[in-house]
Structure formats: structure tokens, C-alpha cells
Design a protein around this ligand. Structure first.
Ligand SMILES: [Zn+2]
Length: 108
């Protein structure tokens, strides 16, 4: 497992951010793919928005955008049918062969 996967397994969603141009490098890397400087690792703010979602059995899954333009697939925990552009917060993350994310909708 790489650093990203190990941290994810421990419940920390971390990203690599370029120390110079401040781009979030995704997939995570020790080097920036734009200016080739090194990156630093930091926690995400755990907030995201729903880009798209679908329902499978009684559960919702969706594409969630976090940080600037980083998109991950995850389960969406909600009381109601989610909406596109609705805000979500990361509730849980893990790693077992693939990344696992569980987001919860934030109602205003
Ligand atoms: Zn850079």
C-alpha cells in the first residue's frame, strides 16, 4: 500500500499539495506533475459536493468532488433523496483493495 492507502485505512483522507504552485496532485504523488516541485501531504477538509449519484438497492452511491477538483466515488448516507450539488461531509473512509468512502449529506 502507498502512503495514501495506508492513511485512508487509518481513517485519514489525505492529499498531496504542491509546495510551489499549490495544485492538488491526484492521484497522490510526492512530486507535482505541473511544475515538478515536491508536494506536502495534508488532510482534506472532508467537505464535498455531489456531482452525480445513483441508487442501488436501498443505498445511494455517487461521485463526490472534494477540494478543488478531486473526484472520488463513495456511498452517500442520507435521509432523503440526494441532490446534485448538495454538500456532503466525509463520515468514514477506509481501504480494502480499493478506497472506500462514506459521505453524509449536510442539510441547510
Ligand atoms: Zn507544482
Amino acid at each position: 500500500m502507498n502512503k495514501f492507502e495506508t492513511e485512508l485505512k487509518n481513517g485519514n483522507f489525505i492529499v498531496s499539495e504542491c509546495i510551489d504552485c499549490k495544485q492538488i496532485i491526484w492521484p497522490t504523488s510526492d512530486f507535482c506533475n505541473i511544475c515538478h516541485n515536491t508536494t506536502k501531504w495534508r488532510n482534506t477538509n472532508n467537505l464535498g459536493i455531489i456531482i452525480e449519484f445513483s441508487k442501488k438497492n436501498d443505498e445511494f452511491f455517487g461521485l463526490i468532488e472534494v477540494e478543488q477538483n478531486l473526484r472520488v466515488m463513495g456511498k452517500i448516507v442520507t435521509d432523503k433523496i440526494p441532490e446534485i450539488n448538495q454538500k456532503v461531509i466525509l463520515k468514514e473512509c477506509s481501504f480494502n483493495k480499493t478506497p472506500k468512502f462514506i459521505f453524509k449529506t449536510i442539510t441547510n
